[in-house]
Design a protein around this ligand. Structure first.
Ligand code: DOR
Ligand code: ZN
Length: 348
């Protein structure tokens, strides 16, 4: 059985830099037309100049015949100014990302109090630059499984109230609370959903032994939240679209006494979403989620090439080369039911 869709885009992706970038970028480029590139490098991408240099590094790392387009993002700090936003826009940086300081990988330079960037958010609202949010509070007293829900109550509700015209993407949502919030908000508010949060819940990570390759942030939640995410993704609601949050870390950094957060799904991202949509008997909803709603939200044209999915079971490799090390892909050793034909063609 074959399934032809418009070529998808990844609206949330980590590709790192240097040798790691070279190992992973072609995996995304072979199936996605574009990807939003997360700016949490060390040091982070906090100005237009660094964003341009990073874009060049990515373009150089791509295969010569690739038409893949990286979409650059500015990392917000307490010191980001309205001028930084204007310069970013002038250099085709398409969004800015809010990491609450300490929330996740390389977020130490993030924002410590949302009020510190209110002037900057004002400018973003005026200039129609989307705000991308890692929506978790960092208060050590708040349970890790509650951090997204508390962020909605304490921070996001306030931002949406104070900046009603600001476009916001609530990134990698993981809870029923987030689904409800996005659904009930204005059409300025959208959300990305990862494959791991559609396919798994916290039992998959913790029952029968701890599985570090399921560990990411925001952390997998209980099954009722997984169900809410599947319902949202397959509901044909344009507020919910594809963003893998593929976040590569070397095998030894994941399989460690203090393992890094991140699921590496880039090599077979669309196959993972196909698996989830097929299980929900919603293959007919995949194209809009993967290839239409994200572009529409960002006011970008949809891709003009197509990608073909075929029902043909295959086994995910145990590992890939990653710089001088190796990396374990999501679902390593497991069978996926769909393969994608990476020869892209214009729509017929
Ligand atoms: O699991 C995650 N990994 N979540 C994030 O928010 C960041 C990412 C990374 O950069 O490794
Ligand atoms: Zn991310």
């Amino acid at each position: 059985m074959q399934f032809k869709i418009i070529q998808p885009d990844d609206w949330h992706l980590h590709v790192r830099n240097g040798k790691a970038l070279k190992s992973v970028i072609s995996m995304t480029a072979k199936q996605m037309g574009r990807a939003i590139i997360m700016p949490n490098l060390n040091p982070p991408i906090t100005n237009a100049k660094d964003a341009c240099a990073y874009r060049e590094e990515i373009l150089t790392a791509l295969p010569n015949d690739s038409t893949f387009k990286p979409l650059m993002v500015l990392y917000l700090t307490n010191n980001t100014t309205p001028k930084d936003i204007q310069e970013a826009i002038d250099n085709d940086v398409i969004a800015a990302k809010l990491y609450p300081a300490g929330a996740t990988t390389n977020s130490d330079s993030g924002v410590t109090n949302i009020k510190n960037i209110y002037h900057t958010l004002e400018t973003m609202q005026t200039l129609n630059m989307p705000l991308l949010i890692h929506g978790e509070v960092t208060d050590p007293k708040i349970d890790i499984f509650d951090r997204e829900a508390v962020f909605i109550d304490q921070i996001l509700t306030q931002i949406v109230h104070d900046f009603p015209e600001l476009k916001i993407v609530f990134e990698h949502i993981t809870t029923q609370n987030a689904v409800d919030f996005v659904r009930e908000s204005s059409n300025k508010i959208a959300a990305t959903i990862t494959p791991q949060h559609l396919l798994n819940n916290r039992n998959d990570m913790l029952v029968g032994g701890i599985k570090p390759h399921f560990y990411c942030l925001p952390i997998l939640k209980r099954a009722k939240h997984q169900t809410a995410l599947i319902t949202a993704a397959t509901s044909a609601n344009p507020k919910f679209f594809l963003g893998t949050d593929s976040a590569p870390h070397a095998k030894h950094d994941k399989e460690s006494a203090c393992g890094c957060a991140g699921v590496f799904s880039a090599p077979h991202a669309i196959e993972l979403y196909a698996q989830a949509f097929d299980q929900a008997q919603a293959m007919d909803k995949l194209e809009a989620f993967a290839s239409k709603f994200g572009a529409d939200f960002y006011d970008l044209p949809r891709n003009t090439t197509t990608l073909t999915l075929e029902k043909h079971p295959w086994t995910v490799p145990d590992e890939y080369k990653f710089g001088n090390s190796v990396i374990v892909p999501f679902m390593a050793g497991k069978t996926l039911n769909w393969t994608s034909n990476t020869t892209l063609s214009p729509p017929s």
